[in-house]
Ligand binder design. Structure first.
Ligand code: PEP
Length: 262
């Protein structure tokens, strides 16, 4: 129970990024960290489009065990260097409770991905890590289950939780998942936590990222998190959903033209 909606601050003093009701946070970066050069280029694209928070996967929970699984700790070090160079706080996913300390040492925000939303021991571990958490909705989870997952984190003393709607499984195959935008106002009616939207992972297609981002603003989301890549065709992970630099700048312009919902 909380009387007012919360703002979560991400990053070190002097570079803190707010996520909450008084702002619209734009996070962008590569789906996966593939090399120092690719991450630096993607971060530069994100920054020049106006993004203030850098995303990038170090540990990648792929559907196929034969797909690129991420560079792990080497990627965390690249992300920390890129944060140093750009001043952008970093959010990255943690998939194993044993890795929480090393991820918390390198990143400003810990992401729990859709596949781990109900991994309760992992939720408890990030609840003790002392860093803000980006909690994605499980692709087969109800809003109530998602909010209860947030309680697992909060119960360990960490109230710096941002929720992220990233699509749910339905019978519709045109998109990878169905972005459930109704979840945004539904969550806001019963929770004080900020809620952002990931149109890239929901759709799996870059042509839908702009319209879904505009829709996210219209329903009152507190921000978006978007994939960008300097060479999407060669991306080791989720290339079809990644925007190029100019496309990300066009997205930022399209998004700015819409006033946030009240
Ligand atoms: C991601 O953001 O890198 C990711 C894998 O997202 P999701 O857990 O929503 O699929």
């Amino acid at each position: 129970h909380h009387p007012e909606r919360t703002t979560v601050w991400v990053g070190p003093a002097g570079h803190q990024v707010p996520i909450g009701p008084d702002t619209f946070t734009f996070a962008a970066g590569p789906c996966a960290v593939e090399s120092a050069e690719q991450t630096m280029e993607a971060a530069a694209m994100a920054k020049s489009a106006g993004a203030t928070l850098l995303r990038g996967g170090a540990f990648k929970p792929r559907t196929s065990p034969y797909a690129f699984q991420g560079l792990g700790v080497a990627a965390l070090e690249i992300l920390a260097d890129v944060r140093e160079a750009t001043g952008m706080p970093v959010v990255t996913e943690v998939v194993d409770a044993r890795d929480v300390p090393v991820v918390a040492d390198h990143a400003d925000m810990l992401q729990i991905g859709t596949r781990n939303m109900s991994n309760f021991s992992l939720l408890q571990a990030v609840g003790r890590a002392g860093k803000p958490v980006l909690l994605k909705r499980g692709m087969t989870s109800t809003v109530e289950e998602w909010l209860m997952a947030a309680e697992y984190i909060a119960q360990r003393g960490n109230l710096d939780i941002v929720l992220c709607e990233r699509g749910i499984r339905t019978f519709e195959p045109s998109t990878r998942n169905t972005l459930d935008l109704s979840a945004v106002p539904v969550v806001q009616a019963s929770s004080h936590l900020p809620v952002i939207v990931d149109p890239s992972h929901a759709a799996g297609r870059k042509d839908l990222v702009v319209p879904l981002s505009r829709a996210a603003i219209a329903v009152g989301a507190d921000g978006i998190i978007v994939d960008v890549h300097p060479d999407p065709e060669k991306a080791l992970c989720d290339g079809p959903q990644a925007l190029l630099g100019q496309e990300l700048r066009d997205l930022a312009t399209a998004v700015r033209r819409l006033p946030p919902a009240v």
